[in-house]
Design a protein around this ligand. Structure first.
Ligand code: NAD
Length: 443
């Protein structure tokens, strides 16, 4: 099938690549000329496991192309995806300017029936706004062309995006149009072989499903962080509690890890956006407000431990930091807990010596060169002449480090672990002073 994808970000690029991989003919349109030029040279703008070979082989095979030429893109696709960003507006609600700009562009160039599929995460009612924008643009141009607008939210996880798109848990299709449903079922048939994962519903429910999913996951995290804060005060160990409650199949083990807060491009913005949308319909989303508030303070947790340990005197300290990305297997630094920590440490006059397997370039791009940030080539080099170690992201390569070497290199045998990677008993056997989340203030 001929498909066009607007927006070559995490969602658009991965979706385009997997659609091309199963044989669809895909054109990707973006406003970023540099991104398009780089993709044509085989330079992939994001780190995502398995993505580079998938994009390269499908580009070389002529199944996916990249362009800034919207007119060409719109002529190409009978199915047109909108996968552009929906960043938070000043008040936290989702900013739809990119989505509506694409709607207008599509209407400007379309000459025959198009199915416009919204993959971006957008507030309930956005499909109506997209339809209105397309209709009014068509009318102003005197064109009598028909179209459908479908909601098809994306559930991929950064760090596992290719696998998630190849083997989706569910494919939500929000539409009342039988033709659009049929076309989308055909498009996704290669990903829907094992059992029927397609769930068809009305458009508004599809739009809300995406927010409900992300808000539920964020709620699980903030709930566990609240339990961790209680465990700390009660002298309990949250890791025992986690195993204890996870064994209940109604709760389950997934997504109940305590830590130094959630980040990324989705949870913080989607929780905020749903709170704002709720306000607009006269409802106060109290659970979600608390989820957000708990996360906000949780991101300062490591700093609180560190500052408490040193009685607020961090001036001149050098801190080894392992993990910069908001979670493992991505280079995405949006809303990462490491950023909150680094910025607080810098305010106190400390220097950060950081290592991350993938997010160093992105860190450099965000913070530029500054004397109080040193990026090192290995996790061991981050320990050189450092006073103590802090862990912000649970990369696999941090799970079983050489603790003797850590102790030898640090001037103070001290670890602050924001992801509860190690066993406190083993840390004490190594003679390492260990702070973790919800396991007793200092062990
Ligand atoms: P992103 O910021 O990585 O990419 C967006 C792309 O859209 C950019 O390349 C930008 O240049 C391009 N763009 C902006 N305006 C355009 C226009 N008028 N025409 C063509 N291209 C344009 O965004 P993302 O992380 O891929 O997210 C996209 C949407 O998907 C968001 O709504 C997000 O909430 C949602 N989503 C993201 C994820 C995720 O894990 N990143 C998962 C599910 C859903």
């Amino acid at each position: 099938m001929k498909v066009t994808v607007f927006g070559i970000g995490y969602v658009g690029l991965v979706q385009a690549a997997v659609l091309a991989e199963v044989g669809h003919d895909v054109v990707c349109v973006d406003v970023d000329q540099v991104k398009v030029d780089n993709l044509k040279k085989g330079l992939i703008p994001i780190y995502e496991p398995g993505l580079t070979p998938l994009v390269t082989s499908n580009y070389e095979g002529g199944r996916v192309d990249f362009t800034t030429d919207a007119k060409m893109g719109i002529e190409h696709g009978e199915l047109i995806f909108i996968a552009v960003g929906t960043p938070p507006d000043e008040d936290g609600s989702a900013d739809l300017k990119y989505v509506l700009a694409v709607a207008e562009t599509v209407a400007t160039y379309m000459q025959n029936h198009k199915i416009i599929i919204n993959k971006s995460t957008v507030p309930v009612g956005t499909a109506d706004r997209v339809s209105a924008k397309v209709s009014e643009t068509l009318e102003s141009l005197g064109k009598a062309v028909t179209f459908d607008v479908v909601s098809n939210p994306e559930f991929l996880k950064e760090g596992a995006a290719v696998n998630d798109c190849m083997r989706p848990d569910r494919i939500i299709i929000g539409t009342q149009s039988e033709t659009a449903e049929k076309k989308l079922r055909e498009l996704y048939a290669p990903f829907n072989r094992n059992h029927d994962k397609v769930i068809v519903m009305d458009i508004r429910s599809a739009e809300l499903t995406k927010y409900a999913a992300n808000c539920m996951l964020a709620t699980k995290i903030s709930f566990m962080n609240e339990m961790a804060n209680l465990a700390e005060r009660f002298g309990a160990d949250i890791e025992n509690v986690r195993r204890g409650i996870g064994s209940d199949p109604r709760i389950g083990y997934q997504f109940i890890y305590p830590g130094c807060g959630y980040g990324g491009s989705c949870f913080p913005k989607d929780v905020q956006a749903l709170i704002r949308s709720a306000n607009q319909v006269g409802y106060q989303a109290k659970v979600l407000e608390s989820v957000e508030a708990v996360n906000y303070t949780q991101k300062e947790k490591l700093f609180e431990y560190i500052s408490g340990h040193f009685d607020g005197d961090l001036k001149g300290k050098t801190i080894a930091l392992w993990g910069l990305s908001f979670k493992p297997n991505t280079d995405d630094m949006r809303e990462a807990s490491s950023r909150v920590l680094m910025e607080l440490l810098w305010e106190q006059g400390a220097t950060v010596q950081a290592y991350d397997p993938e997010a160093m370039e992105e860190t450099q791009r965000i913070y530029g060169s500054r004397p109080d940030l040193k990026l090192t080539g290995t996790k061991e080099a981050a320990l050189d002449s450092a006073d103590f170690l802090v862990i912000c992201t649970e990369w696999q390569s941090f799970r079983a480090p050489d603790f003797d070497l850590i102790k030898e290199k640090l001037s103070i045998p001290l670890i602050f672990d924001g992801r509860n990677l190690y066993d406190p008993k083993i840390m004490s056997e190594y003679g390492l002073h260990y702070y973790a989340i919800g396991r007793g203030l200092s062990i």
